[in-house]
Structures are given as structure tokens and as C-alpha cells.
Design a protein around this ligand. Structure first.
Ligand code: NAP
Length: 225
């Protein structure tokens, strides 16, 4: 174990699987105490916690749908009960939708904005009073916001909103020494990226990268750490 984050408490939303799970593992390796939030992936979140504890780290899993205010409050309450106030909030939880704008149902639009935008908004709002001074918030956008890819309209609209609220929030939190950043990953090999794509489409996306490959969750956990 390294000690880059020794003494720090980190909440990682959507950390049962995908990029979030890798961030949780990495933070624990750097000696942070980690809160592994999940909405549906209870077994996977427990496995991430078990792996961290087995390696000598400290972690708990907390169920919570980030689109619901009471659930977000419960995530912060559970964090403080287990480890004290958080130093780090990683707003990783997110959904995608691949549909032409004209075909998107109102409920689909609402759900995407509820999780990606409102979820980020709610946890940021709680972090404003409950994160320790000199804390760190990392919100998640996507490189797709600049690519104008057909079927991505609703998704990129949510990520554009996350970027905009993050810029303003960063200025508002400056006085407390709390840093607010956004990461915008390119394609990363997770369920969110691969679902519904053919091998050919994945190869094409890989060819657009300087390294001729799709990113891995570890690429993003390296950036966030
Ligand atoms: P993923 O493998 O599909 O995982 C999504 C995660 O979000 C899961 O852990 C899921 O938890 C969680 N989540 C979904 N709805 C939630 C809710 N209401 N409350 C709490 N957690 C919720 O996706 P990923 O690729 O790791 O994506 C992580 C972040 O990176 C997202 O914000 C995504 O937009 C962004 N991103 C991904 C890529 C990519 O190519 N993969 C590229 C750019 C940006 P449960 O399983 O427990 O529901």
C-alpha cells in the first residue's frame, strides 16, 4: 500500500463496477478510507469492499440512488458514521442512452438527467457543507460532448450540464479551499461503452485513439488519483 491518500476519506458514487470500482480500489491502495456507493450492484460493491479489506484497507458499501436527495444524505451520513467527514467526492455514477433525439421518450430523458445531472448536483450541494476544508470533488463528463455523435444528444446534454455547474461550483467553493474538477474520459472498456456496440464499432473507436486502443478503467483511476 502507498500513502498518497493516507488519512483521507473518499466517497465514490457508482463504485460497484466499471470506472468507479477501479477508482475505489486505487484510492484504497493509496490508504484512503473508501465509501463504495452503489444503486443496484450490491454483490459487486460488497466484492470491492471485501477485496479492499483483504488487502488491509478500509471500506464500506452504501446503497443509494444519487438521483434521490434522501439517498444522497444517507450516503454522507453513513460515511460520517464510519469514517468522519469526507475529504473527497467522486461523482462517477452515470447512465448513457443511445437514441436519436427524435426517438427519446420523456421518461428516458428525465432518468438520464436525474442520475447524471441531478445526482451530481445533489452530492455537490451536500459536499458544500459536509466535505472537509481543502477537499476535492471530481465530476464526470465525457469526451463525447465535443464529438456531435448521432444518438448521443441526451447523454451529451447531461454531461454539458455537469461541466457548466462544475465551473461555477469551483468558484463558489474556492474560499473553502475545495477543488472542483471535471474529468472527460474518452471511450473506456466498461458496460456503459460496450453495451449495444459491435466488434467493428469498438475497433473503429479504438482506431481514433493515439494508442489505437479503448481506454481501461485504470487509465481513469490514474487521472483521478
Ligand atoms: P458503468 O460501467 O455502466 O457503471 C455505471 C455506474 O454508475 C455503476 O456503478 C452504477 O451502479 C452507477 N449508477 C448508475 N445509476 C446510478 C444511480 N442512480 N445511483 C448510484 N449509482 C448509479 O459505467 P462507467 O463506464 O464506469 O461510467 C462511469 C462514469 O464515467 C459515468 O459518469 C460515465 O458517463 C463516464 N464516462 C464513461 C465513459 C466510457 O466510455 N465508459 C466515457 C466517458 C465518460 P449500479 O450498477 O449499482 O446501478
Amino acid at each position: 500500500m502507498s500513502e498518497l491518500l493516507k488519512g483521507k476519506v473518499a466517497i465514490v458514487t457508482g463504485a460497484g463496477r466499471g470506472i468507479g470500482a477501479m477508482i475505489a480500489r486505487r484510492f484504497a491502495k493509496e490508504s484512503a478510507k473508501v465509501v463504495v456507493n452503489y444503486a443496484n450492484s450490491a454483490t459487486e460493491a460488497s466484492a470491492v469492499v471485501a477485496e479492499i479489506v483483504k488487502a488491509g484497507g478500509e471500506a464500506i458499501s452504501v446503497k443509494g440512488d444519487v438521483s434521490k436527495k434522501q439517498d444522497c444524505i444517507a450516503i454522507f451520513d453513513a460515511t460520517e458514521k464510519a469514517f468522519g467527514n469526507a475529504d473527497i467526492l467522486i461523482n462517477n455514477a452515470g447512465l448513457i442512452l443511445y437514441k436519436p433525439l427524435a426517438a427519446v421518450a420523456e421518461e428516458e430523458y428525465d432518468r438520464l438527467f436525474a442520475v447524471n445531472v441531478k445526482g451530481t448536483f445533489l452530492t455537490c450541494q451536500l459536499a458544500a457543507t459536509r466535505l472537509k476544508e481543502k477537499g476535492v470533488i471530481v465530476n464526470f463528463s465525457s469526451s463525447t460532448t465535443t464529438l456531435a455523435l448521432p444518438t448521443y444528444a441526451t447523454y451529451v446534454a447531461t454531461k454539458g450540464a455537469v461541466e457548466q455547474l462544475s465551473h461555477v461550483f469551483a468558484k463558489e467553493m474556492g474560499a473553502k479551499g475545495i477543488r472542483v474538477n471535471v474529468v472527460s474520459p474518452g471511450p473506456v472498456m466498461t458496460d456503459l461503452f460496450t453495451t449495444g456496440k459491435t466488434e467493428e464499432q469498438i475497433k473503429h473507436m479504438a482506431s481514433l485513439s493515439a494508442f489505437n486502443r479503448i481506454g481501461e478503467p485504470v487509465d481513469i483511476s490514474n487521472v483521478v488519483t
